[in-house]
Design a protein around this ligand. Structure first.
Ligand SMILES: [Zn+2]
Length: 465
């Protein structure tokens, strides 16, 4: 009987398929709908005076499907509920990270793989305690409790974090507690500021890479994001440069590893209805996919790559009036709408003489090529001047800010001329794409729910058929 069981066990062992997967890449474009991808491809084609597409790395992945993103509480998800679904395979309420709608603690695939001895890295263009990366390690009811999220981050034992530092390393007003950067070092993390510094510290067992101005002053209450690509992000903070570093670092220390890469600034561009910024973030995210594909080609039997989005942002439509697109006009935008706002706002500083229309016009000429290569119609000119007059009527800075919103809208004339349409300033319930390559990638076809992706990845890793 014993022998029979032994033979049976041997038969089953030879029948079960053991996965060869040693490397898992999970790339998440925050706010990346179908049209964000297509707009970038058609923009590149238009720059070559062609109507059509210049395919991105993303759309070259052979298996593709469509993903519904709604949360338990809302038809339109936020990044924490979507991140939780993508990281754990369980839907939850908007605002919640790593807990089910009933409050149960969820375990992410990054945590599962870490427990099995894998190296784990999380790379983003926003703060590393922001919703999408946090969904892989944090369990909090409110995504805004950044200090708690940071404390949970340093207890993960994940090997690599890369991004714009911590959003809130210090306790909230009225509370006391240690600085999270200190806690990180106590927990064995080495802090690196910028890529060059990280390269010098690549022997460190656990590394947190952030932009240079973070963590220098630990009293700093908040770290922002990476600047937009369109505003001239420092060379070494591109996903293009950081992705190969993250891969090399994890490979140097681990035989198997999981790397999540988030294009986080894409979402901000969608919230701001900033088409030019959106496309450049899309292209940087695609460079991360390109770097991952370079690695994939060296280890095709052992690498699974999955690219998807947590939700769409802005309701981006390709077309707003007739049957034409004019995306190439966006090349005339030389800074994000945020920087444009700051420059216009600076004209209205207290103690300065009140600005003249010519001052505003000079900014529009410099940053948007208005009244030059970008023609401004009489109607548009009147709209701009009226907005300025309205702004000047207001006495206080506060009311100016309200007026300024109108001015900002008018600066979106360029988006209008590009024939882009936006339906709102927030997320939408639009389906998002998923792309995959590698062993198990064939599971990522057809319509699916965002809760299905993490289990499919684990199924591929565990080699169940
Ligand atoms: Zn968002």
């Amino acid at each position: 009987m014993k022998r029979f069981l032994y033979v049976l066990a041997c038969v089953f062992a030879s029948l079960s398929v053991h996965s060869e997967i040693k490397y898992v890449f999970y790339l998440i474009g925050d706010g990346m709908g179908q049209n964000e991808i297509l707009a970038a491809e058609m923009y590149l084609a238009e720059l070559d005076s062609v109507i059509g597409r210049r395919p991105l790395h993303i759309t070259g992945l052979p298996y593709t499907g469509t993903v519904a993103t709604h949360s338990v509480s809302n038809g339109i998800t936020d990044s924490s509920a979507a991140g939780t679904a993508l990281a754990t395979g369980v839907k939850t309420n908007n605002g919640t990270l790593g807990l089910s709608a009933e409050g149960d603690t969820l375990v992410s695939i990054a945590e599962q793989l870490k427990a099995q001895g894998w190296g784990v890295g999380l790379l983003t263009t926003v703060a590393i305690d922001h919703a999408t990366p946090a969904a892989f390690y944090a369990n909090v009811k409110n995504r805004d409790s950044y200090y708690e999220v940071g404390k949970q981050l340093v207890r993960t034992d994940f090997d690599f974090f890369g991004g714009a530092g911590l959003h809130r390393p210090v306790p909230p007003e009225g509370q006391t507690g240690p600085n999270v950067y200190d806690l990180a070092e106590e927990n064995g993390y080495t802090l690196a500021r910028g890529l060059k510094d990280a390269q010098l510290k690549r022997e460190a067992k656990k590394l947190i890479l952030m932009q240079e101005n973070d963590a220098i002053d630990r009293r700093k209450k908040s770290s922002g994001n990476f600047p937009y690509m369109i505003d001239g992000r420092p060379e070494d903070l591109h996903l293009k440069a950081l992705t190969p570093f993250a891969i090399d670092y994890l490979q140097q220390h681990h035989e198997r590893f999981f790397l999540m890469i988030e294009g986080g600034m894409l979402d901000y561009a969608g919230h701001g209805r900033d088409g030019a910024a959106d496309i450049l973030e899309m292209l940087d995210f695609d460079q991360a996919v390109g770097a991952v594909m370079d690695f994939y080609r060296q280890h095709p039997e052992e690498t699974l790559v999955v690219v998807t989005a947590d939700h769409e942002t802005g309701g981006l439509a390709l077309g707003n009036s007739d049957y034409t697109l004019n995306l190439q006009i966006l090349r005339h935008q030389h800074c994000s709408s945020w920087v444009l706002s700051d420059q216009i706002n600076a004209l209205f500083k207290k103690g300065q003489p009140r600005p003249k229309w010519q001052d505003i016009q000079a900014i529009l000429e410099r940053q948007l090529d208005f009244y030059g290569e970008v023609e401004i119609s009489d109607k548009e000119d009147r709209m701009l001047k009226d907005a300025f007059k309205q702004a000047m009527k207001s006495k206080s800075q506060r009311s100016f800010r309200t007026m300024y919103k109108d001015l900002n809208k008018l600066c979106n004339i360029l988006n209008y001329k590009a024939k882009l349409g936006w339906t709102n300033y927030g997320h939408t319930g639009a389906a998002v794409p998923v792309f995959a390559i590698g062993p198990g990638a064939e599971q990522f076809t057809g319509w699916m729910d965002n809760t299905e992706i993490a289990p499919k990845i684990m199924k591929a890793v565990e080699g169940e058929k």
